[in-house]
Design a binder for this molecule. Structure first.
Ligand code: GAR
Length: 198
């Protein structure tokens, strides 16, 4: 650890699955284009494949399994306690597929960031790619936003746009959007930590 490392903002990344956005963030840190330290990767699912990548990258990992809690409030409390152990400057939701309580969001107010696969405020919630196709959208994309208690709401930090092609299926469109997400998320975090977004 060099002197610079200690001064970098700390981030904790929350995942639920393959974690390709988490991987793009870790890779941006590795190639020095994102000045943060990834302190931990936490999953709500023990089988999230992204955990293997994080471990191999030498990042501390943890699992808070939502199935082990009787209520959303208890799960969120355990998750918040775990995150607090790392005192992060930002908490990054990267394909974290749990709805969070208002208490959790308020606890991390201003520090909680999400990526959502649509051009918000369009298509909040699930199945965004199919819904964009069904609505006849010519353009679709992804948004990085600051999390507020309302689902997929909150100030947008940065968006990426892609065309919707005539023969797109939800999966071809999702792949086009995901490619952009991998550039968008590290760049949005970079802007947040260097203070270009308030
Ligand atoms: C990403 O497309 C992300 O935008 C989306 O889940 C995928 C996770 O992929 N997030 C949401 O839908 C949140 N509501 P990843 O695990 O490979 O990063």
């Amino acid at each position: 650890m060099d002197d610079n490392t200690a001064k970098k903002p700390a981030i904790v990344i929350l995942i639920s699955g393959r974690g390709s956005n988490m991987i793009s963030i870790v890779e941006a840190v590795k190639n020095n284009s994102l000045p943060v330290t990834v302190t931990a990767v936490i999953s709500n699912r023990p089988d999230a494949s992204g955990l293997d990548f994080a471990q191999q990258a030498g990042i501390e990992t943890a699992v808070i399994d939502h199935k082990e809690f009787e209520s959303r409030e208890q799960f969120d409390q355990a998750l918040a306690d775990k995150i607090d152990n790392y005192s992060p400057d930002l908490v990054i939701l990267a394909g974290f597929m749990r709805i969070l309580t208002a208490e959790f969001v308020e606890h991390f107010a201003g520090k909680l960031i999400n990526i959502h696969p649509s051009l918000l405020p369009k298509f909040k919630g699930l199945n965004t790619h199919q819904r964009a196709i069904d609505a006849g959208e010519k353009e679709h994309g992804a948004s990085v936003h600051i999390v507020t208690p309302e689902l997929d709401d909150g100030p947008v930090v940065l968006q990426a746009r892609v065309p919707v092609l005539a023969d797109d299926t939800a999966s071809t469109l999702a792949a086009r959007v995901l490619e952009q997400e991998h550039k968008l998320y590290p760049e949005a975090i970079r802007r947040l930590v260097i203070g270009h977004v308030t």
